[in-house]
Each structure stands twice: as C-alpha cells, then as structure tokens.
Design a binder for this molecule. Structure first.
Ligand code: PHE
Length: 338
C-alpha cells in the first residue's frame, strides 16, 4: 500500500508540473484528490491492514494529500500568471502609432443655407413662422387669390389628397395663417417643405422654400428691393447685384422674378447663367390688396411685400451642384466637399 501511495505521488507530481492549462489542472485534482479519486480508493483498502500499520499508512496518505494540494496550488498560480502575462502582451498599446483620425461632422448644404438665411433675417428683426405641410385648398390657393377656375393653378402641379386637402405647393399659405392672427405689423420668414408633381435634374417633388412677408403702414416696393438686396449680399457676397424682372403671381401686384448677377462670370455671361449674366432665385411682389382684405387687413391703411425662394436652388447656386438629386443622396464623399 505504501508502494501504491509512492507511485501515486510520483505520477501526480509529474502530471501536475507539466499540465499547461487550468482545465487540465482541475481534472487532475479530481483524479487524485476527489471523492472517487485515487488516494481515496487506496484508503478504502485500509481495513485489510494490521492495527499497527493503519495509522502509519493513514498519516502517509494525508501527507500525500497535502503535498498534492500544495503542488496543485503552486501550478495554478504559475499558470494564471503566465496567462495574464500573455494577455498583457497581446493587449500591449503602442503609443507611437498614429491615432485614429477624428472626423468632424458639418452641416448639410441645405441646413447651412437655411441657417445663413435665418441669421440674416433675424438680424433685420424678422420672426420665424411655420405652418402645416398638409394644407387646405383655401390656404394654399383660395386665400392667395387663386380661385378654382384660375389658370395660375397650373403653375403649381399639386398633389391633392381630397378635393379640399392637399400637400402645400409653396410656403405662401403661412402668409395667410400669419395675417389671420390679426397682429400687425408683420415681419416674418416662413420656411418648410413644399410638394409639387415635378422631377428632373433641377426639380424634386419634395423641396424646401423660404419666404418673407412684411406688412405695415407705408411699406413700398423700395422696401422690398432693399430687403432682397441685403439678403442677396448676405448669402452670395457683397459684390452681387439684384435685378427685379416683371412677372406675375396672383397674390402679388406688381410681381417680379428676383435675379442675382452671376457670380461665376459677374454678369458677362457664362454656362451657369446660360449666357444671360443673371441667375433667377425666386419670386416677389407687393401683397395683392385682395389678399390683405381676405385675411381681414385694411388695404387702404396697410401695405406689404412678400418674396419666396427654393432653398435647394440657393444651395445649388452657392455650391455649384448641377443635379438637385445629389443633395439628397447623402453620399459623404459628396457632402464633405462643402
Ligand atoms: N409662392 C411663390 C411660388 O412658390 C413664390 C412667391 C412668394 C412669389 C411670395 C411672390 C411672393 O412660386
């Protein structure tokens, strides 16, 4: 039996000291020290020994148990230390490597243009007004002096939801909603999405407009012109000139198209301005007396002007983008150029 214990000792120490992972070490613990382990099974045969031999073998077995326990523990500590060292080596940080570049976000061209316009108009004392994108026929057309039979309805290819309800085709219904509040004078810019049945390189069915409305006593066409001047110089630069070209809108009288001198050729004529020297940016005019009256404003006492533009168009002109769809593809390689 002593021999048996000796051979267990020999084998156990050899296996433990060469074990190279913690799982194997655990299996060895079970194999030698477990309830059904090798030492226990030796002790089970103690009954056959003489009373003198029993305590000697018992003591020997206990000693062996302790010994194996200690060796197991030592080996465990060694293995754990090695594992940790390996992990640290793997995770080592090389402080001399170049860092990951930080990519700064920036405003989308549309956001940037709107922010600029807003800054210019707030600087002139305007407030920002908003309105619903789903509008009634009344606000989008009727109250802007565009009755059902009026051919000018064709200017704005409309998405109708029902006979009375539609997706607004311009931000001008916000003019009406603001006037109906009954507070005068009015000095607002309106901004938002508008919808038209239209799609090609320079038109998209869902685009954005910005629109100004000023109503007070004694407002004249000169006020309109100067306000547009300030805005144009603010977004396109000090050297830009403005031109108002006679036009027609049912809700303004007189009406005008707003042109800006071409900033590529400075008015000489080039590809961007198609040789004319001017770029069209929007529509404008003195608010039609009938529009004032329909919203309860006395047109003998008050007068006003309004003008509206497409934000996409301004962004395209400012950045030289020639296809409106690029603005919406959100390709970062494209957007990062601005
Ligand atoms: N609402 C017009 C349009 O979308 C633009 C406009 C606004 C014209 C204000 C005159 C005055 O076509």
């Amino acid at each position: 039996m002593k021999e048996k214990l000796n051979s267990i000792e020999h084998e156990a120490l050899q296996l433990i000291n060469t074990a190279n992972d913690l799982d194997v070490l655990n299996q060895l613990r079970v194999r030698f020290l477990g309830k059904k382990g090798e030492i226990t099974s030796v002790l089970k045969g103690m009954g056959q020994l003489s009373p003198e031999e029993r305590p000697v073998v018992g003591a020997m077995a206990n000693e062996l148990k302790n010994r194996i326990e200690t060796v197991l523990e030592d080996r465990k500590v060694t293995l754990e230390r090695e594992a940790k060292l390996q992990r640290l080596q793997k995770e080592e940080i090389d402080l001399t490597l170049p860092g990951e570049p930080v990519i700064y976000g920036k405003a989308h061209p549309l956001t940037a243009v709107f922010a600029e316009l807003k800054r210019i108009f707030l600087g002139m004392g305007f407030d920002v007004a908003e309105g619903p994108e789903i509008e009634t026929d009344y606000y989008n057309f009727e109250a802007l002096n565009i009755p059902r039979w009026h051919p000018a309805r064709d200017m704005q290819d409309t998405f109708f939801i029902t006979d009375e309800v539609l997706l607004r085709t311009h931000t001008s219904p916000i003019q009406v909603r603001t006037m109906q509040k009954g507070e005068l004078p009015i000095r607002i810019i309106a901004f938002g999405r508008v919808y038209r049945v239209d799609m090609d390189a320079t038109h998209i069915p869902n685009f954005r407009q910005i629109e100004a409305l000023v109503i007070d006593k004694g407002i004249t066409f000169a006020n309109l012109k100067e306000t547009i001047n300030v805005m144009v110089k603010g977004i396109f630069g000090e050297n830009r000139k403005t031109r108002l070209r006679p036009s027609y809108f049912p809700f303004t009288e007189p009406s005008a198209e707003v042109d800006v001198s071409c900033f590529v050729c400075d008015g000489v004529g080039c590809r961007l301005c198609k040789g004319s020297g001017w770029l069209e940016i929007g529509g404008a005019g003195m608010v039609h007396p009938r529009v004032l009256e329909m919203s309860g404003i006395d047109s003998e006492e008050y007068s006003g002007f309004a003008f509206g533009m497409g934000i996409e168009r301004i962004a395209m002109l400012k950045t030289g983008i020639n296809d409106i769809r690029l603005i919406y593809e959100n390709d970062l390689r494209f957007l990062n150029q601005f």
